[in-house]
Design a binder for this molecule. Structure first.
Ligand SMILES: NC(=O)C1=CN([C@@H]2O[C@H](COP(=O)(O)OP(=O)(O)OC[C@H]3O[C@@H](n4cnc5c(N)ncnc54)[C@H](O)[C@@H]3O)[C@@H](O)[C@H]2O)C=CC1
Ligand SMILES: O=C(O)C(=O)COP(=O)(O)O
Length: 600
């Protein structure tokens, strides 16, 4: 596809898998209209993917970092040996009808010094193989641990020492702003006369014009290049046509084995990412191992809900700028990765007040863009660190609240929660202790503590058919002020909320939506049938738990058209459905709908 074609078609895609030849630019993310969720790079180098744009759009980027390592290293060795013995040039001359034994006298490798620049995966494998050829290996890598190098008999040296002492220099660092054109006129001048250069990393790490000058001046005797600043290079490229340069068209990863390996590695990573799993090879998001993720799952939900709750307590007009998240845990700080939790608090804080989609990838970016500063604090508890966390607390500073009781002694909006039996609970609002599971929506209500109040609120909600799933009252002292937290499945009508506000003992109250509204399933099915003039004579919904899976049974007088059935099947929340033949009518339907567990 051309760039234009990719930009046009990308809005139809949830995922994109590329090699180095596709430029995944900012325009690609912008053209995707938010649909693109993951970019998979079937290889190592991600310099062809605009990572900042991906991050800003909440699009995960994953790569396949290991499956082509050996292929790239083998190609590096192939270029090294081919260059030293003029294999490519000699081959071309013979095919041109010549027999030039004197012209193509080579150099030996044994005993020569090879500088491996970038001692990562490929660099290490090149070093191992070159040792087998009897070469002396030095390496330069500012981030590689010296003991890993020592373990395979390689000495880590400074950049200047590496380039000044080497007979051969092999490049294996990524292309970044700090490695761009790192081999330039100044550095070629420091090299041993007659040095030979191999590049299977990225063309951009060499200043190609400077390399031509160094070749012409005899500083560099030969170069072998698999990669170029512009790929494919223009036909009249001086470097490509230079006598002393051996070139291949970016073949480092191109073996049958490596391509099969990266294909599998990237397919698994992309499928995992689309299922919402965190990829182990994520490039622009924290990598969280699967076992940590399982353990943190309920805390992740708690963090998001606390953020969602806290921001809805902020009075309109007061901007959220400073947020503090406090984690109380018996675990040592480096034993608890809070990046995921912080990202989820951010998601909870931002989503109710904007249309931005926030995920682990763009949480920090989005917060920064909106000028929200999120700081974190740890409280180390005594005791056994079986649970990763005891308490998560979210505080919003310098704001007014719609619910004055949410303001703590320190003047901040403060909410606190715990995970109990795997379920997130709200345990504190301001300085009031409460205990309410954060499964549905929430009504917070401050009242004078007096008998009969719970009953009044309960019956207003009951009349409205609003299911109360949890209720908890925390008070400062008996018959003084109390905060009542009521968990409700549905949003009560404005009328019902007004009635609650009118109960004389209620001093203030607030309704907080903790989950995004789901599309009305009953309404969707109903209107499809209505359009078709199909009379619905019965409808019943039974569910296992609020907002979980539901089975809906619909009695209809007429048989809906195939078209209508198809439309029902296409409603996104419908997982499966079937129609019993109307010929079997009358059908006696028996439903056993378990009442939702009530605490009052
Ligand atoms: N020609 C081809 O087909 C292939 C090319 N590659 C390229 O090879 C390079 C290396 O890949 P891997 O070894 O898998 O990556 P890697 O991430 O394992 O290793 C890169 C190493 O470079 C080091 N490094 C970073 N900045 C440096 C600097 N300024 N000076 C020296 N070292 C520095 C890093 O610390 C790291 O150890 C990448 O550029 C990659 O894109 C990889 C596979 C195939
Ligand atoms: O993995 C890399 O970094 C490579 O350079 C391989 O690129 P390719 O997938 O062969 O276009």
């Amino acid at each position: 596809m051309s760039d234009e074609e990719l930009n046009t078609k990308i809005s139809l895609c949830d995922a994109l898998i590329v090699r180095s030849g596709t430029n995944v630019s900012r325009e690609v993310f912008e053209s995707s209209g938010g649909r693109l969720k993951v970019v998979g790079r079937a290889g190592v180098g991600i310099d062809n993917v605009d990572l900042s744009a991906a991050t800003e759009h909440g699009c995960l980027v994953v790569n396949a970092p290991t499956a082509n390592t050996v292929a790239a290293a083998e190609h590096g060795i192939a270029l090294l040996t081919a260059m030293a013995r003029n294999v490519a040039q000699a081959d071309a001359s013979i095919k041109a009808g010549k027999w030039l034994r004197n012209k193509y006298v080579g150099v030996s490798l044994v005993g020569k010094t090879l500088a491996v620049m970038g001692f990562g995966k490929v660099g290490t494998e090149v070093a191992r193989r070159a040792k087998g050829l009897g070469m002396h290996i030095i390496a330069h890598d500012p981030y590689a641990p010296a003991d890993r190098a020592h373990a395979i008999g390689v000495e880590l040296v400074s950049f200047d020492e590496a380039i000044a002492t080497a007979d051969f220099i092999s490049l294996h660092m990524p292309l970044t702003p700090s490695t761009s054109k790192i081999l330039n006129d100044e550095n070629f001048a420091k090299m041993k006369k007659g040095v030979r250069i191999i590049n299977v990393a990225r063309g951009g790490v060499i200043d190609e014009d400077a390399l031509v000058r160094a070749l012409d001046a005899g500083i560099v005797a030969q170069a072998a290049l698999d990669v170029f600043t512009i790929e494919p290079p223009p036909k009249d490229n001086i470097l490509v046509n230079h006598e002393n340069v051996t070139v291949t068209p970016h073949l480092g990863a191109s073996t049958m084995e490596a391509q099969e390996g990266v294909a599998i590695e990237i397919a698994e990573a992309v499928v995992g990412a689309l299922k919402g799993e965190l990829a182990a090879t994520a490039v622009n998001a924290p990598m969280v191992p699967a076992e940590v993720l399982i353990e943190l799952k309920p805390y992740v939900t708690l963090a998001e809900k606390l953020g969602r709750l806290a921001v809805q307590l902020v009075a309109g007009g007061s901007g959220v700028k400073k947020v503090k998240v406090t984690y109380a845990s018996a675990r040592a700080p480096d034993d608890l990765d809070t990046r995921l939790l912080r990202a989820m608090v951010t998601k909870g804080l931002i989503e109710p007040i904007s249309s931005v989609f926030v995920n682990l990838v763009n949480a920090d970016f989005t917060a920064k863009q909106r000028g929200i500063r999120i700081s974190e604090e740890r409280i180390i508890l005594d005791g056994s660190p079986e649970k990763p966390l005891e308490i998560i607390q979210v505080q919003i500073a310098n704001v007014e609240s719609r619910f004055a009781s949410a303001i703590s002694e320190s003047g901040d909006i403060k909410v606190e929660g715990k995970v109990k039996d795997g379920v997130p609970h709200l345990t504190k609002v301001g300085s009031f202790e409460v205990d309410v599971s954060l499964e549905g929506n929430l009504i917070l209500c401050r009242q004078l503590d007096q008998p009969g109040l719970i009953g009044s609120v309960g019956s207003i909600l009951g009349e409205e058919n609003v299911n109360v799933n949890f209720m908890s009252v925390g008070r400062t002292a008996p018959r003084k002020q109390a905060v009542m937290a009521i968990g409700v499945d549905e949003k009560p009508s404005t009328e019902a909320l007004k009635k609650i506000g009118e109960i004389p003992a209620v001093e203030e109250f607030v309704f907080l939506a903790l989950q995004l509204d789901q599309p009305g399933l009953i309404g969707s099915v109903g209107s499809i049938l209505d359009e078709e003039n199909v009379n619905v004579n019965f409808m019943s919904v039974g569910r296992t738990a609020p907002r979980k899976q539901t089975v809906m049974a619909i009695g209809v007088d007429e048989k809906p058209s195939t078209e209508a059935m198809k439309k029902i099947g296409e409603i996104p929340t419908v997982e499966e459905f079937a129609m019993k033949s109307p010929e079997l009518a009358p059908v006696i339907m028996n439903f056993t709908v378990k009442p939702a567990e009530r605490k009052i």
